[in-house]
Design a protein around this ligand. Structure first.
Ligand code: SF4
Ligand code: FES
Length: 334
C-alpha cells in the first residue's frame, strides 16, 4: 500500500505524505491554484488559522466518507484525506468568501500604499488587487493606535497590522525570550508593546521579513526608495551567527537594504541575523552571487522605464552581466 495520500485540488491530482495540509498539498502543485496565505508561515510553528484568506471548499471529504464538508475550511489548518477533492479558484463560493475576507482585512488597514515602504512587495496589496472591491461599505471610524517606538531599527505601524501573529512567533521561536503577544480582543487587539523587549535580540529583524503588510518595516531603509526602483542581488558572507545568505537591494551603487531571501511563497528561506541585515551595507562586505530571482508578476521585475544602464556592481560581475544581457538588449531595441 502506498504511504502517500492522493488528493485532487481544482481538478489537479497530487500525492502527498499523510498529515500534509491542503495548503501545502496545493503548494506542491504550484501556480494559481495555491490559496493565498496571510498568516500561515511554514517556518513558524503554530502559525496559521488566523486570517481565513486560505479558505477552500472540500467538495468530497475522502474516499471512505465522500460527503462534502459543510463549510469552507482554512486550508492551512486542514489535513488531506485519501481521495479528498478540494476546490479553490474553481469554486465561486470560495472566490466570493475570499472577497469578504479581504474586505474585512481592509476595514481597518489604511490605504496608504503611496507612502508605505512595503508597497510593491505587500501580500495584502496583491490580495486587494486580486480580490478587493473598488469601494468600501464601512462607514464607521477606523481603528487607530498611538505611535509605539520600538527602537532605532524597526518601525511599527500598528494601524497597518492585520494581527496575523507571525511576528509574535518570531519573537517566541527565534529570540530567546517570550516577551510578546497579542493583547486585547476584537477591535482592541494589538501586538503587545512588550515587543520592544524582544527587539534587542540578534534575530529580531526577521519580524520585518515575515510581516505580510507594512506594519513592521526597516527603519534603515525607510523612505529611501520605492522598491521597484531598486535592484535585488543575491549575496553571502561568512557570518558566525546566521547562514549569511541574503539579498542586497541596490540603488545606484549603494546597498540601501539587506533582507533574507524569499521563496515562491514569499517566505524567508533562511532567517538572517541583525548584523547582516542592519550593519553590513557595503558591497565589500559581501560575495555577490548573481541577480535575485523575482517572479515576473512582481512590480520589482519591471523596474526599467528607459534604457538600462547597468550599475557598476553589475558591470564588475560576469554572472550579473550575463543575467542582464537579455534585459539590456531589449531596452536598447525599444
Ligand atoms: S505586525 Fe505584521 S507580522 Fe505582526 S501581527 Fe501585525 S501584520 Fe502580523
Ligand atoms: S493562512 Fe490560513 S488562516 Fe491565514
Amino acid at each position: 500500500m502506498s504511504d502517500k495520500v492522493k488528493v485532487i485540488i481544482d481538478g489537479i491530482s497530487v500525492e502527498v505524505a499523510p498529515g500534509t495540509t491542503i495548503l501545502n498539498a496545493a503548494r506542491q502543485i504550484g501556480g494559481d491554484i495555491v490559496p493565498p496565505a496571510m498568516c500561515y508561515y511554514s517556518k513558524l510553528e503554530g502559525s496559521g488559522g488566523k486570517c481565513r484568506t486560505c479558505l477552500v471548499k472540500v467538495s468530497k471529504g475522502s474516499e471512505a466518507d465522500p460527503r462534502p464538508m459543510p463549510k469552507l475550511v482554512a486550508s492551512c489548518r486542514t489535513t488531506v484525506m485519501e481521495g479528498m477533492e478540494v476546490q479553490n479558484i474553481t469554486s465561486p463560493e470560495v472566490v466570493d468568501a475570499r472577497k469578504g475576507v479581504v474586505e474585512m482585512l481592509l476595514i481597518n488597514h489604511p490605504l496608504d500604499c503611496p507612502v508605505c515602504d512595503q508597497a510593491g512587495e505587500c501580500d495584502l496589496q496583491d490580495l486587494a488587487f486580486n480580490h478587493g472591491a473598488a469601494e468600501t461599505r464601512y462607514e464607521f471610524e477606523r481603528r487607530t493606535f498611538d505611535r509605539i517606538d520600538i527602537g532605532d531599527k524597526i518601525q511599527l505601524h500598528m494601524n497597518r497590522c492585520i494581527l496575523c501573529y507571525r511576528c509574535t512567533y518570531v519573537a517566541d521561536q527565534l529570540t530567546d525570550c517570550r516577551q510578546q503577544g497579542i493583547v486585547g480582543r476584537g477591535d482592541h487587539a494589538e501586538i503587545s508593546t512588550y515587543i520592544e523587549k524582544a527587539i534587542d535580540n540578534d534575530f529580531s529583524g526577521n519580524m520585518i521579513d515575515v510581516c505580510p503588510v507594512g506594519a513592521l518595516t526597516d527603519k534603515t531603509f525607510r523612505f529611501k526608495s520605492r522598491v521597484w526602483f531598486t535592484k535585488p542581488v543575491d549575496a553571502h558572507r561568512d557570518c558566525p551567527t546566521c547562514s549569511g545568505k541574503v539579498m542586497l537591494w541596490y540603488k545606484g551603487d549603494d546597498v540601501i537594504r539587506v533582507t533574507a531571501r524569499k521563496d515562491e511563497n514569499h517566505e524567508v528561506e533562511e532567517f538572517i541575523c541583525n548584523t547582516c541585515r542592519f550593519d553590513k551595507k557595503a558591497t565589500k562586505d559581501w560575495v555577490i552571487e548573481g541577480p535575485s530571482r523575482i517572479e515576473h508578476t512582481s512590480v520589482i521585475s519591471s523596474n526599467h522605464y528607459d534604457t538600462l544602464k547597468p550599475l557598476p556592481v553589475i558591470q564588475e560581475n560576469k554572472a550579473l552581466m550575463a543575467a542582464n544581457k537579455e534585459e539590456l538588449e531589449r531596452t536598447k531595441k525599444s
